[in-house]
Structures are given as C-alpha cells and as structure tokens.
Design a protein around this ligand. Structure first.
Ligand SMILES: Nc1nc2c(ncn2[C@@H]2O[C@H](COP(=O)(O)OP(=O)(O)O)[C@@H](O)[C@H]2O)c(=O)[nH]1
Ligand SMILES: [Mg+2]
Length: 314
C-alpha cells in the first residue's frame, strides 16, 4: 500500500514547514508514504521550502489556477506515481496531521472509498457565528442533494482510495469539496466520515473572504453540479413551477369568465405563455437527460482509459 499525502499550496512558505512537521512518518497498514505538493503559481519561496523539507513530489502550475484545478492536477499526479490511497490536507496546518491515520483506516480496511474529516464546526473557537451557520447550512444542502451523511462537506481533509480517485472528475473551477461529495454520492461510493482535530489558524482563510461572494459561488456550484447529475429532476421542478403558475392563472381567468362575466384577456395571454414555456423547460429536461446518459458513458471510458494508461506505466 502506498499513501500519498497531497497539499495544495499557494504562497505557503511560512506555514508549510509546520504542516510538514506535523505529518507522521509512517502509518499502520501502509508500506510507503510520500508527500506531494501542488504549487499553484506561488510567488514566494514555497517550492524552495518544500524541497528543503524533503517533499517527494512537486507539481508546479505555471500560474495561479485556483484550488479546484490544483486538486485535480494533484490527484492525476498521485495516480501516476502509483498511490493506493490519497490524502488531501491544507498547507496552512489547519488540520491535525496526527489524525491522518484515522482518515485512512476505513480505506485500509476496505470499508470506504472516500473518508471526510469532520472538523465538528460547532466547536471551532475561531470560526465566526455566521461562518459556522453557513458551513452547517451548506453541508445540510449537500447531504440532501448527494444522499450522503457527510457532516462537514467543505472540509478539505480527506482520503480517497485509488478507485475513487480514478472515478472522480472535477468540473467546477471554484470548489472541488462540494462537487466531489455530490459526485461520490451520485456514483454510490462508500463515503465515511471521522472526527478530526483542527489547529489554531496561522493566517486568515483565503477562500472565505467575503460572505456574499462565498455564498454566491457555493450556491452556483451546488446547483450546477446537481443539475449535471439530476438534469431531469431539476428541469422538471423549474418547468412545473412555471407551468403551474400559468395553469393557476388560467383557472383564475376561467373562474372570472364564468362567474363575473369575463376576465382580462391579458391574463389568458400570460397563462398561455407560462404554460408553453413551462412545458418546454420540462422537455429540455429530457434532452439534458439524454446528454447526461452520454456523459456517464464518457466518464466510464475516461475511467477505463486512465486505468490502461496507468497500468502500462507500472
Ligand atoms: N491551488 C490553490 N490553493 C489555494 C489557493 N488559495 C488557497 N489555497 C490552498 O487551499 C488550502 C486552504 O486555503 P485556506 O486559505 O486555508 O482556506 P480555508 O480552507 O478556508 O482555511 C491551503 O492549502 C491553501 O494553500 C489558490 O488560489 N490556489
Ligand atoms: Mg485554512
């Protein structure tokens, strides 16, 4: 068993040494441990610091591509290097390196494909009240949509089995955390969660800068990914709402027509328009569903190609 711990880094020269120091050198059930950092176009000495501290692999992106791209680049590299388990942690030592064993245990024992470290948000002192509420709400929405029990969906402290990593395709540019949970749920992977400890912050969060921006991007990501996996449901819900509004308006018109000697012709026009548009939205859902079937086939081909590619190298 080979474990690779990947750390996405963007200008982490100050905190990376602490993060690396906290990571144990060996783990139960694992023969080899290697560390990989993804340098997302850092302008500081991150790479130099990483080399000095004995990081085994460095994936260097030439300019800042964002966390989601870095995560995918890291997963690709880990698979090529032959990882059987991939752990992702942050470069600011937010997560306790000492809990990596807990994170990988369910995968080592063959019980899980994905294990998510639960920070137990309610107990973190330095999170503001609003941040706690938002994270909890976000996790609740993701649980409903993904059909999983993940308590902390935005946690970046996770372990993936090789199979799970091969099947994962990150599409969004902003956050991979929510997307991968929904994907894993929809692909019926076994997702476990374990309580993990967090450390005091060494610097302020860079991903959670402004509340409205964070909400906007999270909602957009969740909606997009959910639509990707359940296009029929999504379009039918929107279509039925529009159609239903038109239908009720039509009934109202008929009521006035028969009881009060005539309604307004404008409401008939509006009712008809809404019903037609609503119906068409629902029909687009069918089209999206057919396209979705193709995506599933393409994903399966991608999975097989990755496997062939990687087996050749081994
Ligand atoms: N690749 C990449 N990583 C980033 C970027 N911004 C933050 N990170 C990394 O993402 C992780 C979490 O970032 P952080 O600012 O601590 O956000 P937090 O999760 O809200 O605490 C750290 O390992 C950062 O180095 C970015 O633009 N690109
Ligand atoms: Mg952090």
């Amino acid at each position: 068993m080979k474990l690779i711990i990947q750390i996405p880094c963007f200008n982490e020269e100050k905190t990376l040494p602490v993060t690396l120091r906290e990571i144990p050198k060996s783990f139960k059930g694992v023969d080899e441990v290697e560390i990989l950092i993804i340098d997302d176009g850092s302008t500081d000495q991150t790479i130099h610091v990483a080399r000095e501290h004995g990081v085994h692999h460095i994936v260097k992106l030439t300019h800042n591509m964002g966390l989601a791209e870095s995560f995918s680049a890291g997963i690709d590299a880990c698979l090529r290097i032959g990882a059987d388990i991939i752990v992702n942690t942050d470069g600011d030592n937010q997560y306790a390196g000492g809990d990596i064993q807990k994170l990988i245990d369910p995968i080592v024992h063959g019980e899980a494909d994905v294990v998510i470290g639960d920070r137990q948000i309610g107990e973190i002192q330095h999170f503001t009240f609003v941040k706690k509420r938002l994270q909890k709400l976000g996790s609740w929405v993701v649980r409903q949509l993904s059909g999983t029990q993940v308590p902390d969906a935005t946690s970046g402290f996770r372990a993936y089995s090789r199979e799970a990593a091969l099947r994962m395709n990150v599409i969004s540019k902003f956050t991979y955390t929510l997307e991968t949970v929904i994907q894993a749920g929809k692909k019926k992977m076994a997702i476990h969660h374990v309580p993990v400890r967090t450390n005091e912050p060494l610097r302020p969060s860079r991903l959670f800068r402004s509340i409205p921006g964070y909400i906007k991007r999270s909602v957009a990501t969740i909606l997009r990914i959910y639509t990707l996996y359940e296009p029929l449901k999504m379009f039918w819900i929107v279509g039925s709402l529009v159609f239903g509004t038109g239908f009720l308006l039509g009934l109202r018109y008929l009521y006035f027509y028969f009881t009060k000697q005539g309604g307004h012709v404008q409401s008939v026009v509006l009712a008809a328009v809404l019903m037609i548009v609503g119906f068409q939205i629902a029909m687009i859902g069918l089209l999206a569903d057919i396209i979705g079937a193709n995506r599933r086939l393409i994903e399966d081909i991608l999975y097989r190609i990755k496997k062939i590619e990687l087996n050749k190298k081994k």
